[in-house]
Design a protein around this ligand. Structure first.
Ligand code: ACM
Length: 521
């Protein structure tokens, strides 16, 4: 039996399996399976049928019809839902490739889906394309794999406010994320320069708030209009597609900072010492005020957001609130005093607590950037640790859940090579190897606290990313490294072996026309 922990002499054989992320347990077998026009497909159970449709779709470039069969033929793929089992957990699967049969079994639809992804990775990269081939056949090595993810939250965030990316690009990114077993797409829908989600009750949010062509620093970006937004119908389409891919979309509606677009659209949300100017974008502060009516406005927005997004977690931002404008505003100070709050940190907490209560009443959970810890964490809140790992540590110690997303390893807007030869970026230095080296569980946590770390997420902020192709370049192959550190067991990670497997992965990305940064020689 060849287990992963086997001696170095076996390494090359493992390297021959082009899998990213690497599975929990891999055993090579003699013989191989041939996938060709005669291969049939048997699906046992409703969830297996859904996945059968996905598998057929994903093999369309091969022209292989994968006809349904009542019983096994000379060459059959069998998808089965089995009883829950500790070895598989909720997202795990078993994949056996034998001479005449490929068996993929899991106790959930998601598990089967991931088994299919692993099987697909054993096929030639060309199958990831859309160019039809005739007379296709492929030989798949005999193998037995038992696999389950290390973390339940394997996320990628995209900022669509600083630059807008069309719906088609979001769908494309979701497809490639799913192939890498990433399962949370955090959609940063609102920020200073643009509000990107249609809210029927407040039409100005998109009529006006989606149209600014200034960057987050107030400068024209490149003379082009970067306006755009997703209609509710677009969002329903994206959410439905994500569901098929077992991806949860976590929407982010920023509050109480980063809110220029919202305030430009509805001046009554802002903090004002002087009357608003004729130019609606000339707001005095990017902070919302903390009036009850503003909280109510955001609850109304969240009503529509919750109808569109089934995600348990709703992200409310909470980062980088400049407390100065609240300090310098008499009405805000009056509200602070009335509520018996000590300082502006407590005022921010007050705001987040109102929203936490609202989301909880509706059966949802609030997640926010780590600044929501300041001034006291709301009861049900989950923390996304970005300024470092300390926010995650503090949350876990306080018995709250956390997702790790530190700038040091997870900010995919940072340079991935020498700035002289890279497209202009916000700064930083985050090459592929550094991403791969990230360990999401902080050493400082004991075993009980460590269970609070739900997982890990990379963030693509778009201040300096004006096009879809540039965004893809920032996402991949760092997203491949993310996939492995989020899914694979800790001791399964190996930078040298990963680089070998990554070469195959990049062939797949090429086949599906995904842009990516080429590997360093
Ligand atoms: C952030 O990067 N401001 C969360």
């Amino acid at each position: 039996m060849f287990l992963l922990a086997a001696a170095a002499m076996l390494r090359t054989e493992f390297q021959a399996l082009p899998l990213v992320p690497w599975p929990s347990r891999v055993e090579l077998k003699n013989g191989s399976f041939t996938l060709d026009a005669s291969t049939t497909l048997i699906a046992k159970g409703r969830e297996a049928h859904e996945n059968a449709d996905y598998l057929r779709q994903s093999l369309r470039a091969t022209g292989i019809p994968l006809k349904g069969a009542g019983k096994a033929t000379e060459s059959t793929i069998v998808l089965s839902i089995v009883k829950p089992d500790d070895a598989l957990g909720v997202e795990g699967y078993r994949l056996k490739v034998g001479k005449s049969e490929v068996d993929i079994e899991a106790s959930t639809s998601a598990g089967l889906f991931y088994g299919i992804q692993t099987f697909r990775q054993l096929l030639p990269a060309s199958t990831y394309g859309t160019a039809a081939t005739s007379g296709f056949s492929a030989t798949v090595p005999g193998v037995e794999i038992v696999d389950r993810p290390r973390f339940g939250w394997r996320g990628m965030m995209l900022d669509v406010s600083r630059h807008f990316f069309p719906k088609e690009e979001i769908l494309k990114m979701l497809g490639t994320m799913a192939e890498h077993k990433l399962n949370h797409f955090h959609w940063h829908l609102t920020d200073e320069p643009g509000w990107r989600i249609e809210i029927k009750r407040y039409p100005n949010l998109t009529k006006l708030g989606s149209l600014q062509n200034f960057d987050t620093f107030g400068k024209p970006i490149d003379g082009q209009n970067h306006g755009g937004f997703y209609t509710q119908s677009d969002i329903r389409e994206v959410v439905a597609y994500a569901k098929k891919l077992h991806i949860t979309i976590v929407p982010e509606i920023e509050m109480p900072g980063h809110s220029v677009a919202a305030i430009a659209s509805y001046h009554e949300l802002g903090v004002w010492n002087n009357p608003p100017k004729a130019n609606p974008w000339a707001v005095e502060s990017s902070n919302l005020n903390t009036e009850e009516s503003t909280v109510k406005f955001y609850e109304n927005v969240l009503d529509e957001v919750m109808k569109l997004f089934p995600s348990t977690w709703i992200h409310v931002g909470g980062d980088e609130v400049d407390k100065g404008p609240w300090k310098g505003n008499a009405r805000t100070q009056e509200l602070k005093k009335q509520r018996g709050l000590k300082d502006e940190d407590e005022l921010q907490s007050w705001f987040i607590r109102q929203i936490d209560g609202y989301l909880t009443t509706h059966g949802r959970r609030l997640i926010g950037w780590d600044e929501i810890l300041e001034g006291g964490l709301a009861q049900g809140a989950t923390v996304m640790s970005w300024r470092g790992i300390e926010g995650g540590i503090a949350a876990a110690r306080a018995g709250h859940d956390a997702v790790m997303s530190p700038t040091s390893h997870m900010y995919f807007d940072f340079y991935q090579g020498d700035p002289k030869s890279e497209p202009r970026s916000i700064g930083g230095h985050l090459p592929l190897e550094r991403v791969y080296s990230y360990e999401p569980i902080p050493d400082a946590l004991n075993a009980t606290e460590a269970k609070r770390i739900l997982g890990v997420q990379a963030n693509i902020w778009a201040e300096y990313i004006p096009t879809s192709s540039h965004m893809e370049y920032m996402a991949w192959p760092r997203g491949c490294a993310l996939s492995e550190l989020a899914w694979s067991q800790k001791d399964a990670r190996d930078w040298t072996l990963f680089q070998g497997r990554l070469k195959h992965d990049l062939l797949r990305l090429s086949a599906e026309q995904m842009n990516f940064r080429k590997l360093d020689k």
